[in-house]
Design a protein around this ligand. Structure first.
Ligand SMILES: [Zn+2]
Length: 309
């Protein structure tokens, strides 16, 4: 019998039912499952909180890489540009597929490079008027008073993510104390650990915020990935970000071996890497079967088989 190493919080009954259904239609998977020597990992699947549509490819590409849920990132210089980009995203299959969790508004309009005249009322109107729901908003805490921004985001059910900042430890601490829940692109788009100050990373770690691990991003090294994984543990979030901003990320598709690359980038083994995804999922009907090398054997998204390897 195969060993469902990571079954919780998935319902064991659902995993059993879905795996036997998959195995019935596929001899090779049945062989895997009946092998005494080969372990199969049942995982809730990967969540990508910062996916650029250009690099996602299609739903098939995400499912082939073991991704069961995602947000789509947009990049634009002001509210009008962002709304336009979101309207374009709304036409993509990735934005209407069952694993879609909303838009990640990356900026750079509230970044350290953004315009100076930022208006919180305009932000509220923007959040209320977009073509797709907003899941998260990136901001530089030195550009806007977190004590006025975060309550508005909370009211709109939007996560605040510290990003594209040059802020120091104390400024970032105010942002996280006010409710910011994540740090985007550590090391490469934020100040790193300073002499006598741990900077945004230290503030995020102290506040128990989430922290991205940008797999494939130029300048983000394996040491940085291992550092984030060891400090943030289950709050480390692997994303695929093959190039740096400013500007859009060139088209491509999420590589099918993304899970293996991400685990390597974080210095983790397969079981440790997949255990990062046990918490934080509410889906009971989405899961992925990985082999021990983190190859995807099958992906089920919201009860429907989205990929069979
Ligand atoms: Zn990005």
């Amino acid at each position: 019998m195969f060993e469902a190493v990571i079954a919780d919080p998935l319902s064991a009954a659902i995993v059993r039912e879905m795996t036997s259904k998959l195995a019935a239609g596929r001899g090779s998977l049945a062989g895997d499952m009946n092998s005494a020597t080969r372990r199969v990992f049942a995982s809730p699947g990967l969540f990508l909180p910062h996916l650029h549509a250009e690099t996602g490819g299609g739903v098939n590409d995400l499912a082939a890489a073991g991704v069961t849920s995602w947000t789509l990132a947009v990049f634009g210089a002001d509210f009008a540009a962002l709304s336009g980009e979101i309207a374009k995203l709304a036409r993509l299959p990735l934005a209407s597929a069952p694993g879609f969790r909303g838009v990640f508004v990356e900026g750079p309009f509230i970044s350290v490079a953004g315009a100076e005249d930022f208006d919180i009322r305009a932000l509220e109107a923007f959040l209320d008027g977009t073509a797709l729901p907003i899941a998260a908003l990136a901001f530089a805490p030195e550009r806007i008073d977190p004590a006025s921004l975060l309550p508005l985001l909370d009211e709109k059910d939007v996560c605040g993510v510290v990003a594209h900042t040059k802020a120091d430890l104390d400024t970032c601490k105010v942002a996280f104390d006010s409710g910011a829940s994540g740090l985007s692109l550590p090391f490469v788009a934020t100040p790193t650990l300073h002499h006598r100050s741990p900077g945004p990373l230290g503030a995020a770690a102290e506040a128990s915020a989430r922290c991205e691990v940008p797999v494939g991003m130029p300048g983000f090294t394996a040491q940085m990935g291992a550092f984030v994984a060891s400090v943030f543990k289950e709050r480390a979030e692997a994303i695929y970000h093959p190039l740096s901003h400013p500007g859009p990320i060139p088209a491509g598709a999420l590589p099918a071996d993304f899970a293996r690359r991400a685990a390597r980038a974080m210095g983790l083994g397969a079981a440790e890497f997949l255990s990062l995804y046990i918490g934080g999922t509410s889906a009971r009907d989405s899961f992925v079967l990985f082999d021990e090398e983190l190859n995807v054997l099958a992906t089920v998204i919201c009860g429907k088989t989205a990929f069979e390897g």
